[in-house]
Design a protein around this ligand. Structure first.
Ligand SMILES: NC(=O)C1=CN([C@@H]2O[C@H](COP(=O)(O)OP(=O)(O)OC[C@H]3O[C@@H](n4cnc5c(N)ncnc54)[C@H](OP(=O)(O)O)[C@@H]3O)[C@@H](O)[C@H]2O)C=CC1
Ligand SMILES: CCCCCCCCCCCCCCCC(=O)[C@@H](N)CO
Length: 324
């Protein structure tokens, strides 16, 4: 190849194309479609924020929706608001995800679940030094152990279902479950924990045609977030601002799309997309296109990630310099 232009054209076309071919051979794309119409979608934390938005959208798409949370009054209010905006009735269950017996009773009563969305979550921000151990345990118990309780309660019936169509277990993580964030030691730990749970569980249940989705929203306008904001450290605000804020409805829309397509990793905004590619690790991937992007963007996104980290540490240093 004497002409150098031709040589570059060759590199530009043939290298990515053969990489795509290789990835196609490795992944052997098996797209999944998880229908929700007329199927039972069970959403925890469905009385507020992201969970309520998810319940409303799933109902509009023809799903039979159940929501679970602790406070029965809030659940009834949510039921009314869904009825008002969609004309559809959802079922409500009052239980604390930390109480396995109460949870099991609610789930048995609700009946076989096709899509389990573990969305309940609590977030009490603050530096670990000033945080009570009670608060640390509270977050781990509700956010992480609560999901174990839910899965242990719902999985047996899901596995034994007569309808062999694909099912889903979705876990509501957070971008703070992809990268540790100042002020979120316990919260980030609880959300990172979900990733380990999800990666291992996916291997255990794939044989039953059950698909795990891990959802990673940025800051989202919800009643919980408004409450959190009253006591969030300034540095947490600065660092979390790297990814902006979304509306609960938009997060719910992304989450539902991700669940229905059986995606393991579900990001919600552009920064979240970059973050997911940068932290792909060894998580499963069934999209050849996404695998391709993960491979070719790995190096440059590591640089972008280092740049973000450097910026965050700059902010932290400035904060200390101000003698806080
Ligand atoms: N808002 C945000 O900025 C972000 C949120 N997330 C995650 O999304 C999820 C939902 O957040 P968001 O909508 O903001 O939360 P909200 O605080 O608005 O709602 C939380 C829901 O969870 C329920 N819940 C809380 N504790 C328990 C419990 N022990 N047992 C059963 N249900 C419980 C609440 O009802 P009740 O109190 O009656 O039990 C409520 O329905 C969480 O997992 C959160 O970590 C992720 C990224 C960003
Ligand atoms: C390589 C490219 C990197 C791209 C940018 C990375 C930005 C990371 C920002 C993380 C924000 C975390 C918000 C957590 C919100 C949350 O969970 C709380 N509101 C509690 O609910």
């Amino acid at each position: 190849m004497a002409n150098p232009n031709l040589f570059f054209l060759f590199l530009l076309l043939v290298v990515p194309l053969s990489l795509l071919l290789l990835l196609t051979l490795i992944l052997r794309p098996r797209p999944v479609k998880i229908p929700i119409k007329n199927r039972h979608v069970f959403i925890t934390g469905g009385s507020s924020g992201i969970g309520l938005a998810l319940a409303t959208q799933a109902a509009l798409q023809g799903a039979k929706v159940s929501i679970l949370a602790r406070n029965l009054n809030k659940l009834e209010e949510a039921k009314q608001s869904i009825k008002l905006s969609t004309g559809i009735d959802v079922r409500v269950f009052a239980a604390d995800v930390r109480d396995f017996d109460a949870l099991k009773k609610a789930i048995d009563e609700a009946g076989e679940i096709d899509v389990l969305v573990c969305n309940q979550g609590v977030f009490v921000p603050g530096e670990l030094e000033t945080q009570e151990l009670e608060e640390v345990k509270f977050m781990l118990d509700v956010n992480l152990v609560g999901c174990f309780h839910l899965i242990k309660a719902a999985l047996p019936a899901m596995k034994n279902r007569r309808d062999r169509r694909p099912c889903s277990i979705a876990l509501m993580s957070s971008q703070a479950g992809q990268v540790g964030i100042y002020g979120y030691t316990a919260y980030s730990a609880s959300k990172f924990g979900l990733r380990g749970l999800a990666e291992a569980l996916q291997q255990e249940v794939i044989g039953e045609n059950i698909h795990i989705s891990l959802i990673f929203p940025p800051d989202t306008e919800t009643p919980g977030f408004a409450e959190e904001n009253k006591r969030r450290p300034q540095l947490t605000n600065i660092i979390a601002a790297s990814s902006g804020t979304m509306k609960a409805n938009d997060v719910a829309k992304k989450a539902l799309q991700g669940i229905k397509s059986g995606s393991f990793i579900v990001s919600c905004n552009f920064e979240g997309f970059l973050l997911s590619v940068a932290t792909a690790g060894l998580s499963p991937q069934r999209s050849v296109m996404m695998a391709f992007i993960e491979v070719v963007a790995a190096g440059i996104l590591r640089i972008a990630g280092l740049f973000f980290q450097w910026n965050w540490y700059e902010s932290i240093a400035k904060w200390h310099a101000k003698g806080k």
